[in-house]
Write a protein that binds this ligand. Structure first.
Ligand code: NDP
Length: 285
């Protein structure tokens, strides 16, 4: 039976560190501040935004939640972003995705100043990740690297396979593993021999959005398996992209769903916002 890599525990430890560093900053007169803009009333987005707000308050940040109507125009949203961009008291700006279809998502993301882009979505920040000198780390992949670090799992020289090539998870994940000297393969829906490739992995990261897709026969005995997926199974319960029951019998370590990667994503967001506030403090003093 595999060791369970608890993102929940890592997240609690990291958030305590963030809370202490925040208290020290506040004493110097700088309160980290994250502004989250939500457009429309998508229920899942509302839950995510509420969770971010709560997490900010728990570590002592100022949290601004800006709710805009479904009918908001691209121009109105850009104007709100430029207002927050000009506000020296705001360290991070995040626009909750997805946006309503009529809004130009690329224009909106590009309007966020890279130094306040705590999600690391803007082109300059993505480029910085590619070149190995990130200003902010991509939230979900950074959370996964922390889970590996806390689990004492070295990436150096390991065969790493990432299943999924999204801009939010798969691609930046590959970059962070590469930066730690992993030998990285990225798979996607056109990969012909998926089970053969995943079966070579010492470290397997799965982010595809398909419930229990990766089964034990696709995993090398002793592999470390990181499950990014968040799905509702047929039984209505939350489950990952990995069939936990069978894979945990062959893997040496595995993240559960829930309680694995999920809690780490917001923790990375807090960490990026704190880093931005620390840069603000450096300029002030
Ligand atoms: P996307 O839908 O953007 O990307 C899915 C990727 O999986 C694509 O690259 C796609 O390939 C690939 N894929 C789909 N089917 C297969 C298949 N049969 N074989 C191989 N590859 C396949 O998803 P995200 O990256 O945004 O999210 C993935 C999962 O992670 C979701 O369940 C999401 O909810 C979860 N998630 C969890 C987070 C957390 O905090 N824990 C944060 C972000 C996401 P192709 O490019 O060819 O279409």
């Amino acid at each position: 039976m595999a060791v369970i890599l608890s993102g929940k525990a890592v997240s609690a430890a990291e958030r305590e560190i963030i809370r202490q560093k925040t208290a020290a900053l506040v004493e110097r007169g700088v309160t980290p501040c994250l502004a989250v803009i939500i457009v429309g009333c998508d229920p899942a987005s509302q839950v995510y935004v509420r969770n971010k707000h709560k997490a900010c308050e728990e570590v002592g940040f100022r949290s601004l939640v800006i709710e805009m109507s479904e009918q908001t125009t691209t121009e109105a949203l850009l104007s709100k972003i430029s207002e927050l961009a000009a506000d020296d008291g705001v360290d991070g700006i995040l626009v909750q995705l997805p946006l309503p279809r009529h809004i130009d998502e690329n224009a909106v993301i590009s309007a966020i100043p890279p130094e306040k882009d705590v999600d690391a979505f803007t082109l300059p920040n993505v480029g910085a990740i590619m070149t190995g000198a990130p200003r902010f780390l991509p939230c979900t992949p950074a959370g996964i690297m922390k889970i590996l670090e806390y689990g004492g799992i070295s990436v150096d020289g390991k065969e790493c396979v990432v299943v999924g090539r999204s801009n939010i998870v798969g691609k930046p994940m590959a970059m962070l593993l590469l930066a730690k000297n992993g030998t990285v393969t990225v798979c996607h829906s056109h990969t012909g021999n998926l089970a053969e490739v995943t079966g070579r992995a010492d470290i397997l990261v799965v982010a595809i959005g398909k419930p229990r897709f990766i089964t034990a026969d696709m995993v090398k005995p002793g592999a470390v398996v990181i499950d990014v997926g968040i799905n509702r199974g047929e039984d209505g319960k939350l489950c990952g992209d990995v069939d936990f029951e069978s894979v945990s019998q062959v893997a040496s370590a595995i993240t559960p769903v829930p309680g694995g990667v999920g809690p780490m994503t917001i923790t990375s967001l807090l960490s990026n916002t704190l880093a931005s506030a620390e840069r603000r403090a450096e300029k002030l003093f």
